[in-house]
Design a protein around this ligand. Structure first.
Ligand SMILES: [Zn+2]
Ligand SMILES: [Zn+2]
Length: 263
């Protein structure tokens, strides 16, 4: 196991565990149900992310004819803060669309159901993402950024920011962000996406820019209210291995029952 990933885990734990004690939204244990499963996702997700970066790089190397060098040099010549702001808008728009597909296409939902099986929200819950979903969303988010030619520095700042936001939006904290909540995704925004109430399903698809949900009519962020229960009615297994096989076994079950009703 790479020492950086262990260091990353310890640093995140040292930041979020005290924050979740001091500003706790829900009263829950640090070692809540499913923490071992999510810790496994943390360590394996790092390697899936590296594999995803290779897939993106190889795909792009096969598509060089589609590049626009003039546009790429214009983008790369902009100040880093402007490139960073543009990268957030473009990648979160791509993520928004991919996330809607994950909810609306039945076989894609079987993968995304793993993330929605979380019943206790905290920083570690952020990493419960099926490897196939992780690869799919990583490709959707990163391809437009590489194609447009953002600089390496912009990528470095963006990668750090998007990782920090992912942990923050799942954290069990009650900190309010004032008017900033419309421009930066917060726990107040993303916790509703995990609400157990079917009335609130399919809301808040963005993960960085809540304004996108406002624009597309999928925003739900009532003042002075937070969800009290999280999760879904799908019976997703509790362990890591069970969750990895879950989407495939559901697809086989569905195919079998379709075949049986037909014949
Ligand atoms: Zn979702
Ligand atoms: Zn989430």
């Amino acid at each position: 196991m790479s020492p950086e990933i262990v260091k990353g885990f310890i640093i995140l734990a040292c930041i979020f565990i005290p924050l979740e004690r001091i500003f706790a939204l829900h009263n829950q244990k640090v070692f809540r149900r499913g923490w071992k499963t999510d810790a496994t996702y943390f360590f394996t997700g790092h390697f899936i992310g590296r594999f995803g970066a290779i897939v993106v790089a190889v795909t792009l190397s096969l598509m060089t004819d589609l590049f626009n060098p003039e546009l790429q040099s214009k983008i790369a010549s902009q100040p880093i803060w402007l490139q960073f702001a543009e990268a957030i808008v473009i990648s979160d728009l791509a993520y928004y669309l991919a996330h809607r597909l994950l909810h609306e296409v039945p076989w894609l939902w079987q993968f995304h159901a793993v993330h929605h099986s979380i019943e206790r929200m905290d920083w570690l819950a952020a990493v419960r993402v099926h490897p196939c979903e992780q690869l799919f969303t990583q490709i959707c988010k990163m391809m437009p950024l590489y194609w447009l030619g953002f600089t390496t520095e912009t990528f470095a700042v963006y990668a750090l920011y998007s990782a920090a936001i992912a942990f923050l939006i799942h954290a069990n904290i009650t900190i309010k962000f004032g008017p900033l909540k419309w421009f930066v995704a917060t726990p107040e925004f993303h916790h509703w996406h995990h609400s157990q109430s079917p009335k609130i399903y399919n809301k808040n698809f963005a993960v960085q820019l809540p304004l996108l949900d406002l624009l597309f009519g999928t925003m739900y962020m009532p003042a002075k209210k937070m969800p009290d229960r999280y999760g879904i009615s799908d019976t997703v297994p509790a362990g890591y291995v069970g969750q990895i096989f879950y989407p495939f076994s559901r697809m086989m079950q569905n195919a079998r029952s379709k075949f049986q009703t037909k014949y």
